[in-house]
Write a protein that binds this ligand. Sequence first.
Ligand code: BLA
Length: 524
Amino acid sequence: SELSLQGFLAECEREQLHLAQSIQPFGCLIGGQSGDSRICFVSANVEEWTGHSADALLGHPFSNFLPDFPPKTELADVAATPDAWMQPTPEKRLYPKLLTGPSGDLDGLLSCNASNWLLELEASLPPTLEREAYRLVPHRLYRMPYTEHDWIAQCQYLADELRAVTGFERVMIYRFRPDGCGEVISESLADTLPPYLGLRYPASDIPQIARQLYLSNRHRQIPDVESTTVPILSHQGALADLSLADLRAVSPVHVQYLKNMGVTASLSFSIILSGQLWGLVACYNSTPSNLHLAVRERCAEMTQVFTLSIGGYQSTRRLLELSESDQDVADLIEALRLAHAGQAFIPEASMDRGEHLGPTLGRSLLSLVGAAGATLIEGNSIYSFGSAPERDAVREVYQWLCEQHEAPLFATDALSKHYEPAAAFVSRASGLLAVRIRQSEDSAASAFLWWRPEQPQCVHWAGDPRKSAMFDAQSNTLSPRSSFERWIETTSGHAEPWTDADLLRAKKFRSLVLRDLNASLLRA
Ligand code: BLA
């Protein structure tokens, strides 16, 4: 039922992922309090990886375990004691082949935060794979996309390239939208798999706490959802904070989600732009897959280079948008002038569709802010273009606007949340952007209203996701397909939100119309 779903989702947001007190078994962990090099937690598998028993480590100085740490080559930048070395530092440090355990060389990953330091150990890359792992990031990733076509190609290139390097079956670029929900904007996948490209998902599929963790970690690996987690043994009850741990055990809910997707291994890379989590690259495989730390690091490097092109593309788009918006506003003003000159403003009784005002006017109106419908109100006349509510409904919306909203600009992606009667035309016009030009008692009021339809109609999907028979009803609550349906539910009554650029265009347009009006008033 709806209530239990809400309760379940709230539960997800409360799960303290970083305090899991267990790890995945693809390595082992040793840790202690920040600034204190005594060991106060180890994972229960520490002996099989290092040859040192938990008892021999817990409560003892770190130097008993690794006398040569910190490495001599790094002594210059920090005071020479291990205690100083284990102070909180913002980064993680990778030490290839830090030591040799019973089954071979181990890479070390040292991380510190305010509460504790952690040293994680994983199998080192075999020499035969080194060449591949340390290959340079391909030149093409440094290209700056200028056009939308280049941008799409760049995303595809990253997805294809990461799929080739990781050998995974599906690689998706998953982008967070302003309201926190996510959209698959690019995808590289094996022929046999159903595409998720273009689908959108509710924000709750990736809880806030998980997003926070992706902000401080460049990659996250889950080699096998069937593997058994390893508990962390603690000295005198200390709690390990695993925020920066690569080995952190996975939430049971997410494990279930992955199983429902038919996924056994998952690998994700954070896309961080201006300190914000812009999105994720999510890689999935139906069989277990454990990539070496060096390979994960290289993939993270590729993702980071890609991030530069997002920034570059965004600023190019912004400049282009500025000049295009000037042109579009000018075109619309011109179309309005022509319509007036042709005396096309016939009394409302004769016609309420605006087509007779000339084809350019309708087109210019709609394209100014990317709307599906537009209404022009001049005194008592109402002209609509494209997909807009009925005339009487429009009149009432307009009346409500004049009574309730002082500001000349009003924008919402969910009109019915502000104005209840709008529920009657929610699928046709959930979004409203309104610009009023004059409102004084003696002058004829005029206004421009733009409409956008309810959201799912705008989503480009490959096939109807609701027709997928991939998942049984029992697991349905946690599959990407059922999540997509949940997204449709949570966004019902909402249109694609108006962007800052849309609002800027509307404001520009308003000030130009005002200028023209004032000019003609002066002439009169
Ligand atoms: C993590 N959930 C994730 C991640 C993705 C998704 C991409 C990042 C890590 C990963 O890929 O393994 C969601 N994956 C998706 C979506 C698609 C996809 C939407 O392929 C669509 C194609 N997940 C839920 C609910 C909860 C939840 C209701 O759906 C509530 C607990 C939890 N998701 C959840 C958690 C993580 C996560 C806890 C973090 C996993 C971790 O890093 O330990």
